[in-house]
Write a new protein. Structure first.
Length: 232
């Protein structure tokens, strides 16, 4: 099973970019410790050195869904700004969202491919023009198609056409992933402050256990109101 998540600063200030970079390190370390493999699909560099505006990560492994559920939502960091030492704001927020990207094709089913034998064009003498050795292969679910006329053997062209169609589908899916990641920049303006799913504090990013009771929610609201007075 695979899941793709995006860590975003919510278009916050440099401090939030720094938090994104720290959260990325912690998350992939925990993922590795739990036996999950990961691939960083995209990084959007922040305005300061060693900071990230956002990061998109693909996680794979058994029970990976249960792992990411512990991370999805608002992440809070409580600490002094790394860039503005006298800034009064102490609470910084980023978010982790799941992206629903197209599933990769690992195997093309022949039932999904329509083959059409056509006459080859170009040089090659009378044999090329009279015999239908070229193959057009169409992936019916997507409409993608390729034409192969490399060989005088129709069987060989059919084999090559299937291989090229697989490559074309893979490239199309990569492009769709990139487009979806770009579209999800809207998440950057949708971070909900207060009642975070995880809270870290201090320069060493120690985890603080959240108590989702009335008192902690009330304190979160107080923190949010206070931070409004010290907007970036």
């Amino acid at each position: 099973m695979e899941k793709i998540i995006q860590i975003t600063s919510g278009r916050g200030p440099a401090e939030c970019y720094w938090v994104v970079a720290q959260i990325l390190k912690i998350l992939i370390k925990e993922a590795s410790n739990n036996g999950f493999s990961y691939t960083i699909l995209h990084r959007e560099e922040g305005i300061e050195s060693r900071t990230l505006n956002s990061a998109t990560v693909q996680l794979e492994g058994i029970n990976v869904n249960d792992f990411i559920k512990q991370w999805l939502g608002t992440i809070q960091w409580i600490g002094q700004s790394e860039f503005r030492k006298y800034h009064k704001r102490k609470n910084w927020y980023v978010a982790i969202n799941e992206l629903n990207l197209v599933k990769e094709v690992t195997l093309i089913n022949d039932k999904d491919i329509a083959y059409q034998a056509i006459r080859s064009g170009g040089p090659g003498g009378q044999h090329v023009n009279k015999v239908s050795t070229a193959i057009r292969a169409t992936h019916v679910p997507t409409g993608l198609h390729v034409l192969c006329s490399d060989s005088r053997s129709q069987l060989q062209n059919k084999k090559l056409a299937k291989e090229r169609l697989f490559k074309l589908l893979t490239l199309e899916q990569i492009n769709q992933k990139k487009a979806t990641i770009k579209e999800n920049w809207q998440n950057h303006s949708e971070i909900i402050r207060g009642n975070p799913i995880k809270t870290f504090e201090g320069s060493d990013f120690k985890i603080r256990k959240n108590n989702n009771n009335f008192k902690s929610k009330r304190q979160s609201l107080k923190n949010e109101l206070r931070d409004q007075l010290y907007k970036e």
